[in-house]
Design a protein around this ligand. Structure first.
Ligand code: ATP
Length: 284
């Protein structure tokens, strides 16, 4: 028996950092949504009781450090499962890009193994386990669109943004999320994007206000470390994207476009400037 799970990439429509907490995490407010660029997981029971992973992607860990394997081990241990799992991971989401690829793989492993091992855990229980793996994992378990607070694990589902095109452009650099947060001085942020403004825009289905409300306080940090990310933003703006923002800690920059024609124009315009470009859609 094979279980198939999609692990979609996420983008941040807004990301604010309120302060650094005593436990070392940052208190955040983020609105995240899924897009239709996804890794694929095929799960099966090898009959050996062991957890293993195979993938065509050479540049990610294949062992216990892989977040999908960590998720499988955690679920197996917590639920006292004796069966094993083989995870075949087809990687499509760029790695260390600000698109939560690893977190989404972990979430898909939790969802898929809950089915394969017939555990009957609820989404809320899977989200709680996911939070032990990483701050973005609970959102990836739930999917859709949500406001995430706390360190990212407290979720409130929101309406999906109006269907539109999302042009993702990833410069050829790998950004460490830990480095970006390490360089952030939360007390010195002067303009905070508004979570309530974004919630309101989504509830009204107002595409223009979604574009107007885009904001990410990590941008300043990443743009200082990697000026090419700022240049990429300018190019996307010049090409006429309805809204432009860096996702997560970067370096991926995304542009929103209501019309397919505009999305194509932006993709063509980016040729020669950025190698890795995807035109995808928000999920329904
Ligand atoms: P986020 O947006 O949550 O900060 P990201 O998109 O920046 O995430 P990932 O693609 O999740 O970053 O990868 C971050 C690190 O996690 C990489 O250095 C990679 O080696 C490691 N990693 C572990 N498991 C995976 C996985 N299944 N897929 C991708 N990266 C993984």
């Amino acid at each position: 028996m094979y279980i198939y799970e999609k692990a979609p990439a996420k983008i941040n429509l807004m990301l604010d950092v309120l302060h650094k907490r005593n436990d070392g995490f940052h208190e955040v407010e983020m609105v995240m949504t899924m897009v239709d660029l996804a890794d694929r997981l095929t799960l099966s029971d090898p009959g050996t009781g062991r957890i293993s992973l195979s993938t065509q992607a050479g540049h990610i860990p294949h062992d216990d450090k892989n977040l999908a394997v960590r998720a499988a081990r955690l679920l197996k241990q917590r639920c006292g499962v004796t069966r094993g799992a083989h995870i075949r991971l087809e990687k499509r989401i760029p790695v260390a890009a600000g698109l939560a690829g690893g977190s989404s793989d972990a979430a898909a492993a939790l969802r898929g193994l809950n089915r394969l091992w017939e555990l009957g855990l609820s989404t809320a229980e899977l989200e709680e386990l996911g939070a032990e793996i990483g701050s973005d994992v609970p959102f990836c378990v739930r999917g859709g669109t949500a406001l995430a607070t706390g360190r990212g694990e407290k979720l409130e589902s929101l309406p999906n943004p109006p269907r539109c095109w999302v042009i993702l452009a990833k410069p050829p650099i790998n950004v460490s999320t830990a480095d970006v947060y390490g360089n952030l001085r939360a007390a010195q942020i002067d303009v905070h994007p508004s979570a309530s403004g974004m919630r309101d825009a989504l509830e009204r289905g107002a595409f223009k206000d979604v574009c107007g409300g885009l904001g990410n306080v990590l941008e300043d940090v990443t743009l200082k470390l990697y000026p090419q990310v700022g240049r990429l933003k300018e190019v996307m703006q010049r090409l006429g994207a309805d809204g432009v923002l860096m996702s997560g800690s970067g370096p991926t920059v995304f542009g929103l476009a209501a019309k397919e024609e505009k999305a194509k124009r932006i993709c063509n315009g980016l040729r020669g400037f950025c190698e890795e470009v995807y035109a995808v859609r928000t999920l329904e």
